[in-house]
Design a binder for this molecule. Sequence first.
Ligand code: PLP
Length: 391
Amino acid sequence: MKEIYMDNNATTKVDEAVFEEMRPYFCDLYGNPSSMHFFGGQVQKKVDEARNRVATLLGASPDEIIFTACGTESDNAAIRSALEVYPERRHIITTRVEHPAVLTLCRNLSKRGYRVTELNVDGEGRLDLEELRAAVDEDTAVVSVMWANNETGVVFPIEEIGKIVKEKGKGAFFHTDAVQAVGKIPINMATSTVDMLSISGHKLHAPKGIGVLYLRKGIPFRPLLVGGHQERSRRAGTENTAAIIALGKACEVAGQWMEDENTRVKAMRDRLQAKLLELIPRARINGGEAERLPNTLSIAFEFVEGEAILMLLSEKGICASSGSACTSGSLEPSHVLRAMGVPFTCAHGSVRFSLSRFNTEEEIDTIIRELPPVIRRLREMSPFGREFLDA
Ligand code: PLP
């Protein structure tokens, strides 16, 4: 069975061109870029090229790019650095809808005496900027707000947020987890208010286990990992050269495909959304009124279980994800949908389709054909759903 992969916010296929670019750096060109000899030197050149390519996609300068092991590491490094730079400041601002890479760290820090403000979102997943304005004070060390949400695709107004942080924060750092945004929507650090930004390779067709922390020139930084002098002493540890080279290529390719992502991929997502709303009663889009990433569709079907939908789709080769993933065995719906106040009956029946440039119109047709009977079948089995079968 050939899979229909629509779970690209979880991870992406490595682009063939990206794989070809990294392939020689395992068995043939395996030198250490820090070595003095020519064999290491040629790898160093490719690492430099990769750094340039990442910088180009971000409108940044190459020395603002620090390679890390993943998005999670970049998030942790950024927030912890801000707290070390400002030991006297005890306040952190973030949002209720962050990825656990940020939220769990902040909640752990709050147990160690930091004051953590988690900003609320409205029913469409949008932030209240006045709440942010009221929260930022002279005690704030860092504001960490994601660029785009991984579950709903809702995009936050990062530059407006940055302006507020700069106006009111008296030097507070502004970090954004841009893991879901980079490669999907244009980002330009040259004109941005962002001080630090996190990227993850495996969300943009590079391999897993590579990330980037963008660090604006002049922003003081305390490294998470200390040891060797790699990454100009900002991230110790021998570089994951093949993955760095892959990420450089992936960023170059992402730049070339950005327009396609915003037109063809968005058109496919919009068609899928419109057809599912037309064919399935009692369905609603999570974050549908907000600005969203072009590739993401989070859709709730009342009176059914997201996990059951995913299992039946999976039997047909369709890979999607649930917005109500049961964490640690509990049946709690996702923290993002709860923060948005999505009713319990909808949050449980939420499914996320996240597309990439590798998806096709035929695949969209298949989902439009296969999903309505799946929902119907599940509602037939549900004591609450039966009355809405023909609603
Ligand atoms: N931040 C966001 C918004 C994400 O979606 C993810 C991955 O799902 C991460 C951070 C973590 O990235 P990584 O898997 O590279 O640690």
